[in-house]
Design a protein around this ligand. Structure first.
Ligand SMILES: Nc1ncnc2c1ncn2[C@@H]1O[C@H](COP(=O)(O)OP(=O)(O)O[C@H]2O[C@H](CO)[C@@H](O)[C@H](O)[C@H]2O)[C@@H](O)[C@H]1O
Ligand SMILES: OC[C@H]1O[C@H](O[C@H]2[C@H](O)[C@@H](O)[C@@H](O[C@H]3[C@H](O)[C@@H](O)[C@@H](O)O[C@@H]3CO)O[C@@H]2CO)[C@H](O)[C@@H](O)[C@@H]1O
Length: 631
């Protein structure tokens, strides 16, 4: 046990990279962060390092090239010799959602899957997200930091666990825990879908500021490959608008003090539709120097949340980060194609340039051989028996007539206009006469929940609508159905189609003979974003064409496209053509492995000091397979 006193951290920035000198007014407003005197009790955190100790990282890199060489960790714990195997980069992912601890949708999934894939390549990886619940696998580090947000000082506490080679760090504060009290669900952002918490700017500023502290104050010794604080030479990967102010704080608070000098920020857009637009007067809440105002400044024609001039967090994230990334190459093109698909940020994205990297899929979570949500698990040897049973189990579970010969079409997704549940509901009228069952799982806007429930009432023998966030049911649906329909008006990447293609495929590498009964899901997708990149018409699924992005109304042409494609897909049920498509799906690698390599290349190009390519070595890779999260 050690008692450590850390010096107060008071910003006295006099210049900001790319923004010139700060005015005295701005200086006064700068966040003042002080790290509390702490008595460390957690066994894994025997001492709290001060800045001097962060020098250990370059030493680590020097020896890291000689994998598995024993080195003396001179500053941390003089008595113990540590094995250093890692090389590569030091990565800090920051996000409002991290699955499976917190998830309202795909953002949580990506933060669950990409970081372990980067760790598997030998990088040191941390994720930082809010502690929305009492996660049973995350321990109190007993490290507290005082953070100034607006005009108040808030104390955050860090919780931590180490899973699949990743340090999962959770920021504990009543603004998160008191409001949400659950792993998933709409309460992360507001009391209900479509309504935001009034203090979201404060909540997510706090997250960003805490994320900037964690690499410096947490002395993590989770694995034999890396130890001590993460230090200064890090790449932050900020995700969506909630983390868009992070590069601004990096530049205004830390870098002028010589901290994080070579650190860089990559900003990843998962969904341009949510930008964090607030009243212009709220800029003062952010405690940023006035030089940043122009990066936030935004005009639109909407009245929400106020009429006229606004601040726009995502705009600032795009302009202030070192790289802008999004989740598929096709979406990257759409974002710069014009104001409608770029949601009025197209000009700024064009200026910043953007790279699209397709998402992968967590092939541990979606592995039918180990899937904890499936009553019948299967692999290549048992798939032919298991899949029809899973379909029957699904039909029984949702209360539809149990018949393995009826094709089942599923929809799983957030009930937002983006996902087009309203288009699907209208289209169902046009193909319900086919031999088909339809199951819809989704939660979100109340009027859309009512709409899907309405279609079940209309066709009780053929349609089921479940207005819930139900992860086990999503797994059972994707395992037990034949087709997945994704009628999105826009879709940055889309994970459902990957999950669908994965089920019972790829890693099993079955012989591809006798697959008549192999009921993989084939996707019917709108031609947008990652759905274009991942589903090839007639080869791995069915394209429905691009839909009208206007969310206020349903375009009859889109309804017809869904109905026609559904009929086209149903006509292939049990035919060699469908079998061929199934084979093609099975031949793909949809895991995070390929995308992680692309991410590595992009992040290396930022040139953070000490950054090196990772390794594919056996020493590190198994880390990604251990410790499946059990929050
Ligand atoms: N009611 C429910 N019950 C249980 N599980 C449910 C559910 N509704 C959705 N899910 C799950 O949530 C995830 C949703 O994935 P999507 O790709 O549709 O992401 P989403 O649009 O939320 O995220 C955004 O970010 C992701 C990640 O970058 C992009 O793929 C996507 O295009 C973009 O819109 C899937 O894992 C799905 O199974
Ligand atoms: O993982 C699922 C998505 O999660 C995030 O989206 C959330 C968004 O960032 C929040 O701001 C909020 O969006 C609401 C919006 O703020 C509000 O003004 C109104 O338009 O309703 C919106 C929906 O409730 O909640 C979103 C989740 O529902 C993430 O940013 C996305 O990329 C993910 O797709």
């Amino acid at each position: 046990m050690a008692t450590v006193t850390a010096s107060n951290f008071v910003s006295r920035a006099s210049s900001v990279s790319g923004h010139g000198a700060l005015g005295s007014e701005s200086k006064a407003n700068l966040a003042q962060i002080s790290q509390r005197n702490q008595t460390m009790t957690h066994s894994g955190l025997r001492s709290l390092n001060n800045l001097g100790m962060l020098k250990t990282r370059s030493t680590r890199h020097a020896v890291a090239r000689q994998a598995m060489r024993k080195v003396q960790d001179t500053q941390n714990d003089k008595s113990s010799a540590k094995i250093v195997c890692g090389q590569g980069m030091t990565l800090i992912f920051v996000s409002a959602e991290v699955g499976p601890w917190s998830k309202t949708g795909g953002l949580g999934d990506v933060l669950g899957g990409l970081p372990p894939a980067m760790a598997a390549n030998g990088h040191r990886v941390m994720t930082i997200s809010p502690r929305y619940d009492q996660y049973k696998d995350a321990w109190d580090t007993c490290v507290l930091v005082d953070i100034q947000v607006a005009d108040r000082i808030e104390t955050v506490r860090f919780f931590h666990c180490y899973k699949r080679g990743v340090d999962r760090v959770f920021v504990d504060h009543p603004w998160f825990l008191e409001k949400v009290w659950g792993k998933t669900g709409s309460k992360i952002y507001g009391p209900q879908a479509g309504t935001d918490y009034k203090d979201n700017q404060l909540r997510f500023s706090l997250l960003c500021l805490a994320a900037l502290e964690a690499p410096r104050v947490l002395n993590l010794n989770s694995s034999k490959y890396f130890s001590g604080p993460y230090g200064d030479d890090v790449v932050f990967i900020a995700n969506d608008w909630h983390t868009a102010v992070l590069p601004c704080y990096l530049k205004s608070i830390y870098q002028p003090k010589g901290i994080y000098r070579s650190a860089k920020v990559a900003f990843c857009i998962h969904n341009i539709a949510y930008q964090g637009r607030f009243a212009f007067s709220d800029f003062s809440l952010l405690n940023l120097p006035s030089q940043f105002k122009s990066s936030f400044d935004f005009m639109d024609g909407y009245d929400k949340p106020v009429k006229g001039r606004k601040i726009n967090w995502m705009k600032a994230g795009i302009l202030e980060s070192d790289r802008v990334v999004t989740v598929s190459p096709y979406y990257a093109q759409e974002l710069v194609s014009g104001a409608d698909r770029g949601c009025e940020l197209d000009n700024f994205i064009r200026k910043a340039t953007i790279t699209g990297i397709i998402n992968g899929m967590d092939d541990q979570e979606w592995n039918p051989a180990t899937d904890k949500y499936l009553s019948i698990k299967y692999d290549v040897t048992t798939v032919f028996d298991a899949k029809p049973l899973l379909k029957e189990a699904l039909q029984a579970e949702v209360g539809l007539p149990v018949d393995r010969n009826i094709p089942v079409i599923c929809f799983v997704g957030r009930l937002e206009e983006q996902k087009g549940p309203d288009i699907l509901v209208e289209a169902i009228d046009q193909f319900i006469d086919e031999d088909v069952q339809i199951i819809i799982l989704g939660t979100g806007k109340k009027y859309l929940e009512k709409m899907i429930e309405g279609v079940e009432k209309k066709y009780p023998d053929k349609v089921r609508a479940i207005a819930k966030f139900n992860v086990p049911l999503a797994h059972v649906m994707i395992a037990g159905s034949d087709f997945i329909v994704i009628p999105s008006r826009f879709e940055p990447c889309g994970l459902i189609q990957l999950q669908a293609m994965r089920n019972g495929t790829r890693s099993e590498r079955c012989s591809l003979t006798n697959i008549e009964q192999f009921l993989i899901q084939i996707s019917l997708v709108a031609s947008t974003g990652g759905l274009v990149d991942t589903i090839k018409e007639g080869f791995t699924g069915f394209q429905m064409g691009a839909f009208n992005v206007e969310c206020e109304k349903v375009d009859p042409a889109d309804v017809t496209a869904v109905a026609k494609t559904a009929k086209r897909a149903l006509a292939t049920y049990g035919t060699p053509a469908l079998k061929e498509m199934i084979k093609n799906c099975m031949a793909q690698d949809l895991s995070w492995k390929g995308p992680a390599k692309q991410w590595e290349k992009l992040l290396l190009s930022l040139g953070v000091e000490g950054s090196e390519p990772g390794i594919d070595g056996e020493e590190i890779a198994p880390l990604a397979k251990e410790n499946v999260p059990t929050p």
